[in-house]
Design a binder for this molecule. Structure first.
Ligand SMILES: Cc1cc2nc3c(=O)[nH]c(=O)nc-3n(C[C@H](O)[C@H](O)[C@H](O)COP(=O)(O)O)c2cc1C
Length: 407
């Protein structure tokens, strides 16, 4: 089965999404004694330590969360400190909290259930201070481990149907999920979580790449099995979710070396794992099998024309330039955390407008063409924003305005 009309995945979504009835009927209880490890730890590979001290990134978060296109005028080959910043501010451990049952290692990007099932791999040619190879990033000791020597980028380039940014990248990052680390809590729904949880991580990665002026783009179209074979992922338990070509070079890699199965030993995640067949079925039903299929999958993003507003419009004027907050992206990532306690003061309209404008400029991705295209419409329930009546709104991005739907 392969990526077709989408009906298999729509049916997966319908069967696994929550409803008041499904939440009431669920008998699933968390088996704390069997909670999976939040790390993939290769037992037999030597760690290659990454720099512990990272130079500050003195670029405002509000500037870099909105980059849609990268300049490829110049050669850009990321060095090891830059790669470490990209890995650490996306998937690194940023906080440790001790509680009676143990310790939680919080990461740079939010993840459902704090279960952190997305791992990062690098596939690169020879770089300053890093030999060509396929590497896994271990957040637990902030180290790389080399799975394969040699330059395997050509395998990924072919898997993407010769996608232009991938073909020119000195380094290609791959996000992959080990389902059980999330399915322990979310059961068959974990396949959907792969994309949310890779998404938070990719948002950080793209912002830090923009701050370091490293070209970067999310590539979601690839021959799934080819990528998974290269990373030696276990097809029943793991999947590659997205690639991110990083940097730009005129040099093109030669043919890739052989990549036989590795069967590398990793630390068991828990006493036993529960298989949810719907996850694998959804992955297979949405996989691409040949570079030709990938090329056919690329195309113009559908751009449904938003209905003209009929309700009252509030124009939004974001804070930009000198008036905008200048908090640096690395500080913002380290400061970020989820909370269930909120300040009991309204949000100013300008701050609210800035949030919406910056967050909806677009994402550099192979499935969003032309740059700036979006697949989302934003609906908002507003309780306390100065200058806005409480109510339900829809955001008209092209008009920079909010339409009141219901007070
Ligand atoms: C896609 C997504 C959905 C989430 N949904 C919920 C939720 O329904 N309820 C909740 O309390 N937290 C939710 N969270 C927050 C996570 O529990 C939180 O990110 C995680 O515990 C890590 O903590 P941190 O965000 O402080 O780093 C969600 C996070 C993500 C990324």
């Amino acid at each position: 089965m392969s990526n077709g009309d989408g009906s298999a995945v729509r049916s997966y979504h319908d069967r696994t999404k929550h409803s008041p009835a499904s939440v009431r009927a669920s008998r699933h209880a968390l088996d704390w004694a069997n909670q999976p490890l939040a790390f993939k730890i290769y037992e037999t590979l030597e760690p290659i330590a990454l720099p512990r001290e990272l130079p500050p990134i003195d670029v405002p978060a509000l500037e870099v969360i909105a980059r849609v296109e990268s300049s490829t005028a110049n050669e850009c080959v990321p060095d090891l400190p830059t790669l470490t910043q990209l890995l650490y501010y996306s998937a690194g451990i940023t906080r440790r909290i001790t509680h009676p049952g143990g310790e939680i290692y919080y990461r740079a990007a939010a993840c459902t259930g704090a279960l952190y099932h997305i791992d990062l791999y690098l596939v690169c040619g020879d770089l300053p201070a890093l030999a060509a190879g396929v590497y896994h990033f271990g957040p637990q000791d902030r180290a790389l481990r080399r799975l394969r020597p040699g330059d395997h980028r050509r395998t990924l380039i072919e898997a993407t149907g010769d996608e232009a940014a991938t073909a020119a990248a000195p380094v290609i990052l791959v996000c992959a999920s080990t389902y059980w680390r999330n399915a322990w809590k979310y059961q068959a729904r974990a396949y959907r979580h792969c994309f949310w949880d890779a998404g938070t991580l990719l948002a950080n990665l793209l912002a830090v790449a923009a701050a370091r002026t490293v070209p970067a783009r999310v590539v979601a179209g690839f021959v799934d099995r080819a990528v998974e074979r290269l990373l030696d992922l276990d097809p029943g338990r793991e999947a590659a979710i997205a690639l991110v070509p990083l940097g730009h070079t005129r040099d093109r890699p030669g043919p890739a070396p052989d990549a036989p199965p590795l069967g590398l030993q990793t630390v068991p995640l828990s006493a036993h794992e529960v298989d949810y067949p719907a996850i694998c079925a959804a992955h297979l039903a949405s996989s691409l099998e040949t570079p030709e299929q990938v090329r056919a999958w690329h195309g113009q993003t559908p751009r449904p024309v938003a209905p003209a507003p009929t309700g009252p419009l509030t124009p939004l004027t974001p804070l930009l330039g000198a008036t905008a907050p200048r908090d640096a992206i690395d500080r913002v990532i380290l400061r970020r955390g989820s909370t269930r306690e909120f300040g009991r003061v309204p949000i100013g309209l300008a701050a609210f407008a800035t949030t919406l404008e910056r967050a909806t400029r677009g994402v550099p991705a192979d499935f969003l063409d032309p740059p700036g295209a979006s697949l989302n419409d934003l609906y908002l329930i507003v309780n306390a924003v100065d200058g806005l009546r409480a109510g339900a709104y829809v955001f008209h991005r092209e008009r920079a305005a909010l339409e009141l739907l219901q007070e």
